[in-house]
Design a protein around this ligand. Structure first.
Ligand code: NDP
Length: 328
């Protein structure tokens, strides 16, 4: 019999779902051409949704949750990937259609993997995780849209969360003036330590959206959606852009076309899950270049496998600051 390893498994029950620890073998895993011994994972907002069942992240059950993994390749028939390689996977169906990261081992497709950049330890790669890699995608999209530091400040919403914290650190390093929108004024010192120069109260952006407001920011990274995103769009300077990646405030977007047709504002949708490999590699290369690891370490807390179920409702309630690393 092959060796067993522990895994968290979401299973269907009469009244929804249950999450419990199981002992599995390689035979229990899904198809793939690379087996990875998982050393670390993380908890993103989406992991909170999957673990609590607050949204149907898993398309079928049973499912091993966890959208991010880092580890060492144990066996591989994929060209270019060999045993001993350190690899990362972000998304690409993990925890949705393919067994995910909260397990001692994962069998995945080699085309989903990116090499661990030498600048980062495995734990730091998961401190970045999907949240940090998405923050990088947002920043790259703003750059590609022509937003530059001389055009004015950038707003980051959900600033004390995972995407928000990494976005502030990246934008500051790139020379932008960063304003941080948060519902946690008690995190002001934390946000300023990451580089934010001004704190915007979340409630200033949560009310009924105005089609056009004062032009305040050259660009924005938005994790909130709903009224927050609509209010942000209405306060972007002429020709600016907003990278929208999240739904922490809601899936809707009660916005006006006025900012688009009168101020030429661009709304940039950001998806990390199916993002093509070439762009992923570019994002990880940019993270290695532009993310200050001292700031990354300062925004990160490490938890154990057994803490996963307790922490899931906390991330949905906006009570987790920065990033979490899970030791598998
Ligand atoms: P976190 O929970 O770490 O951060 C979310 C932050 O949003 C909270 O910390 C809080 O920040 C803020 N927030 C919470 N509730 C509200 C609300 N009602 N209105 C406005 N702001 C709120 O999550 P992540 O950083 O991991 O993810 C953020 C969002 O981005 C999620 O919606 C997630 O699903 C999405 N996402 C999307 C990806 C993609 O591929 N498109 C990839 C990664 C994430 P504060 O306390 O500072 O206000």
């Amino acid at each position: 019999m092959s060796d067993t390893f522990k895994a968290l498994l979401i299973e269907k029950t009469d009244d929804g779902q249950s999450v419990s620890e199981k002992e599995l073998t390689l035979d229990d895993l899904m198809d793939g051409d690379v087996v990875v011994k998982v050393s670390h994972s993380t908890v993103n907002y989406k992991d909170g949704l999957a673990l609590t069942g607050a949204a149907p992240i898993a398309r079928s059950l049973p499912m091993i949750p966890g959208i991010d993994l880092v580890g060492i390749v144990e066996s591989s028939t994929h060209e270019g990937i060999k045993p001993g390689d350190a690899v990362i996977q972000n998304g690409f169906g993990l925890s949705e259609t393919h067994y995910g990261a909260y397990a001692g081992k994962a069998r995945v497709k080699g085309e989903w993997l990116v090499p661990l950049p030498s600048k980062f330890t495995p734990a730091q790669a998961m401190a970045i995780g999907t949240a940090g890699y998405t923050a990088m995608l947002c920043v790259m999209d703003l750059e590609d849209a022509g937003v530059t530091p001389d055009q004015g400040p950038i707003l980051v919403t959900g600033a004390a969360g995972g995407v928000g914290s990494v976005a502030i650190a990246l934008l500051t390093k790139l020379g932008f003036e960063v304003h941080a929108a948060t519902g946690r004024p008690e995190e002001t010192d934390y946000l300023k330590s990451l580089g934010a120069t001004e704190i915007v109260a979340r409630e200033d952006l949560s009310g009924k959206p105005r089609a056009l407001g004062k032009e305040r920011w050259a660009g924005a990274v938005d994790v909130a959606g709903s009224n927050v995103l609509a209010n942000v769009i209405g306060q972007i300077k002429y020709g600016g852009a907003v990278a929208a990646c999240g739904l922490a405030a809601g899936m809707d977007l009660p916005a006006s076309v006025a900012p688009f047709i009168l101020r030429g504002i661009r709304l940039l949708g950001v998806d990390s899950v199916m993002c093509p490999k070439a762009k992923r590699l570019r994002a990880w290369a940019r993270l290695a270049e532009d993310l200050d690891t001292d700031k990354l370490d300062a925004m990160t807390e490490t938890i154990g496998f057994n803490d996963l179920k307790d922490v899931a409702p906390k991330i949905l309630a906006g009570q987790v600051r920065g990033r979490l690393v899970v030791e598998i």
